[in-house]
Design a protein around this ligand. Structure first.
Ligand code: DGI
Ligand code: FE
Ligand code: FE
Ligand code: FE
Length: 187
């Protein structure tokens, strides 16, 4: 899909702040794709639509998780996690995007997953480091992403898990599994 057409579709789903974030993720993802040899067009499309479902009512997302047989464990965890798998479903159904690589990058952009593809890593990291983000430690991840995407992914996951631990929040199993996968693979 043409970039301008895609942006016009997603803009209607988002707040101005979230739309600005989306543009930042798009630009960052394209640059990472160029740097690490991924398909730039897929990176662009996945980035544009990654937060498509962010503002859907919780009840609508819950209904989709049940009816589409998405993992029911999602319902026990923070609803912040729901927009990623629900977004992948809605982007296929409502926007007509069928590319599995793009849909999986949207689906796993919040938790990651073991054996993530290059495109999935790019969207995860771009979401974390895009220029409008101001988390503590984000600059270190930006530096790492200049030459080592794996290290950038590991650091952003560690920061996210640490942040959740400090807030007494549960960690979604797939988030932990992704973290373990990166660490064990390096040994
Ligand atoms: O949608 P964004 O704000 O751009 O970012 P995101 O989709 O990466 O993350 C959305 C939220 O989900 C963010 O506040 C962190 C949170 N999150 C990520 N992994 C986990 C999580 N929350 C819980 N409870 N457990 C997780 O494993
Ligand atoms: Fe998100
Ligand atoms: Fe993220
Ligand atoms: Fe995002």
């Amino acid at each position: 899909m043409d970039r301008e057409a895609a942006l016009e579709i997603v803009k209607k789903q988002l707040t101005e702040h979230r739309y600005t974030h989306t543009i930042g993720v798009m630009e960052t993802a394209i640059r990472l794709a160029e740097l690490f040899g991924a398909n730039q067009k897929k990176a662009e499309t996945a980035a544009i639509f990654h937060d498509y479902a962010k503002f859907r009512p919780k009840e609508e997302m819950k209904k989709i998780i049940i009816e589409q047989k998405l993992p029911s464990i999602l319902l026990k965890h923070n609803s912040e996690l729901w927009h990623a798998p629900v977004g992948a479903y809605l982007v296929e159904k409502e926007v007509g995007i069928r590319d599995k690589d793009v849909l999986n990058a949207i689906k796993y952009h919040t938790s990651g997953r073991p054996n993530m593809t290059l495109l999935e890593k790019i969207i995860y990291v771009a979401d974390y480091i895009e220029p409008n983000r101001h988390f503590p430690g984000v600059e270190e991840v930006r530096q790492l992403a200049e030459n080592d995407l794996e290290q950038a992914l590991l650091k952003s996951m560690q920061n996210t898990i640490m942040f959740l631990l400090k807030k007494n929040q549960a960690i979604f199993p797939e988030t932990i599994e992704t973290y373990n996968w990166i660490i064990l693979k390096e040994e």
